[in-house]
Design a protein around this ligand. Structure first.
Ligand code: MN
Length: 565
């Protein structure tokens, strides 16, 4: 008897989906030799365990029916209605999706997957499906193993992470790791003496000890999180530490969230009173935040049984900032590594690229109870966007209603200007035709061609409209000015001394740059202060010049900048 059916009546929609899927897959075995239906049931159990609604659980039971049996979507619709059918349809489409395995632009692939999940419930059921596939990957042939594991590592685990499902993301990573990098995995598991499970159990045992020590100092922690580092995450981190395991101190880590800043320092004292710290492993990012604003106390101690353990101590506010910071930082990394770094960073597109990541993160943060959760996953996040593909397999996102000309300008203004025709899915299309998600769009150009005024009647994107207007005016100088960010912000960590601010502002004055905002924050616990300075629009070369000069000012420790529109 399945625990799932303990929850639902046989007559309920889930009871019916159960019976239907079991019958449909009857007689079919998985590679492991088990009845195929056991897979569908496992996926449904997982989805149920994540508190998704009944339609999602039913769709999980039915997710392989259309693909693997003689029943069609019409059969599903007549029995289960449009909502469940739409979910099953999404899952079936997703299964058909193929992409080159060695595609380097994995971000494209992630978006491509997202584009097929107009209802986020589809993606979540897909993640449950993938989790079970990974758990049972051993019974497949080597080629399939590699392909599925690679997809998991590069596409599904990162998507799970962005949905805020961090535990699932780590599990998927670690299931896939040995199949994608077998030798590296073997080496790493051998080199790390304690297994993940052992380390996690160890970390969990520390929690009551820390609680007791804090109580003695009259601190009641908001939360203590015991963590062991996952293998794949460790493997990635090692690349930044010369593959030297000795340099990694967070194989076991505790994150201690306390009510206020004072409690951070008291908690630190309490922990150091219990276990002795490693020399030179204490970082006070509260009095001296990282240039990206990150604040926390970090210390590493010889803990119970003399095992090295990292502690991160922070307030709830610092914690929330750090969590959001991951999304922001991640987005910036993506842009920095792209070929068109400068153009992207300054262009309108980059805002969109960050936006969907932020939307996902915020979505995850905003729901507090079950009903709200279900409502929010039902919402169609991408209802305003479509995702189309270039012949080179790049995924381009555009507002809904966009046309081939919008697409052309999104690729490059020269392509937009010279556009004379388009092929959509291999067929010649009208320039004003509306594009749809999944369309493969190819632009036909003729050299010397000028944009036509008539395009303005159907263009959807502001970017394309601006280009056309300015090309018609015969000058795009104004446009280029508009694409430059409105404001540049510098953050300078410095050793405070008399006259420091003056030396900084002189640099800007000499370049005839207007400073619009200037603030210096000093923390009484530290000799460092943080200067925040904003000024009007700066070109990238100018920013670089200023950075060099700021670093030369006596007392400057670290400088970072960002631009905004
Ligand atoms: Mn499946």
């Amino acid at each position: 008897m399945s625990p799932l059916l303990d929850h639902y009546q046989r007559e309920s929609i889930i009871g019916q989906a159960y019976a239907f899927a079991e019958e449909a897959h009857r007689g079919v075995l998985r590679a492991s030799g088990e009845p195929y239906f056991t897979h569908c049931l496992e996926v449904a159990e997982t989805v149920h365990g994540w508190n998704l609604d009944e339609a999602s659980v039913a769709a999980a039971l039915l997710h392989d029916v259309v693909e693997d049996t003689s029943y069609t979507l019409k059969d599903i619709e007549s029995r289960f209605g449009p909502e469940i059918t739409t979910l099953v349809e999404g899952l079936t489409k997703l299964k058909h999706l193929t992409y080159p395995e060695k595609e380097r632009k994995v971000e494209n692939l992630r978006r491509f997957v997202i584009s097929f999940c107009r209802d986020l419930r589809v993606l979540i059921v897909k993640l449950a499906d993938r989790l079970h596939n990974m758990r049972t990957l051993d019974s497949l042939g080597t080629d399939d193993q590699k392909k599925i594991a690679w997809e998991t590592l590069e596409i599904y685990a990162p998507l799970a992470y962005r949905l805020g499902m961090q535990r699932l993301s780590g599990e998927l990573d670690d299931f896939a790791f040995p199949f994608v990098y077998p030798e590296e995995h073997r080496w790493l598991v051998g080199a790390v003496k304690d297994s993940y499970e052992t380390r996690l159990r160890y970390a969990q045992k520390l929690v009551p000890l820390v609680e007791k020590a804090l109580a003695e100092h009259h601190i009641s922690p908001v939360h203590i999180d015991a963590r062991a580092k996952r293998y794949y995450s460790l493997y990635r981190k090692l690349h930044r530490y010369d593959m030297d395991l000795e340099k990694i101190h967070d194989l076991v880590a505790l994150r201690v969230i306390v009510p206020d800043i004072e409690a951070c320092y008291t908690a630190l004292g309490a922990i150091h009173g219990l276990w002795s710290p490693l020399p030179n492993q204490f970082d006070d990012y509260i009095s001296r935040p990282k240039p990206n604003g990150y604040r926390s106390l970090h210390t590493t101690v010889f803990c119970v049984d003399h095992k090295i353990t990292e502690f991160q101590i922070r307030t709830q506010e610092m914690h929330d900032e750090a969590e959001l910071g991951i999304a922001a930082h991640w987005g910036y990394q993506q842009i920095k590594s792209s070929k068109y770094h400068a153009a992207h960073w300054q262009g309108i597109q980059s805002r969109h690229e960050l936006l969907w990541v932020e939307q996902l993160r915020n979505w995850q943060k905003t729901f507090t109870d079950h009903a709200e959760f279900v409502d929010s996953v039902k919402t169609d996040f991408f209802k305003d966007r479509i995702f189309v593909v270039t012949p080179q397999n790049d995924v381009i996102d555009l507002p809904i209603g966009s046309t081939p000309v919008d697409f052309a300008y999104r690729i490059h203004s020269d392509i937009g200007d010279a556009c004379v025709g388009a092929k959509v899915n291999g067929k010649i299309a009208q320039l004003e035709e509306e594009l749809h998600s999944g369309d493969v769009v190819e632009i036909l150009t003729r050299r010397g061609k000028k944009p036509s005024e008539g395009w303005l009647a159907f263009l959807k994107t502001e970017l394309a409209r601006k280009h056309v207007k300015s090309a018609l005016r015969g000058s795009d100088r104004k446009l280029k000015e508009k694409l430059v960010p409105k404001e540049t912000e510098f953050k300078i960590t410095n050793l405070d001394r008399p006259g420091y601010l003056k030396d900084v502002t002189v640099i800007f004055a000499k370049q005839k740059i207007n400073i619009t905002y200037l603030q210096s924050q000093t923390d009484h616990r530290s000799v460092f202060s943080l200067v925040t300075l904003r000024c009007t629009t700066l070109q990238l070369e100018k920013i670089e010049k200023i950075l060099v000069q700021l670093k030369r000012v006596e007392g400057t420790k670290e400088v970072s900048y960002k631009t905004s529109r």
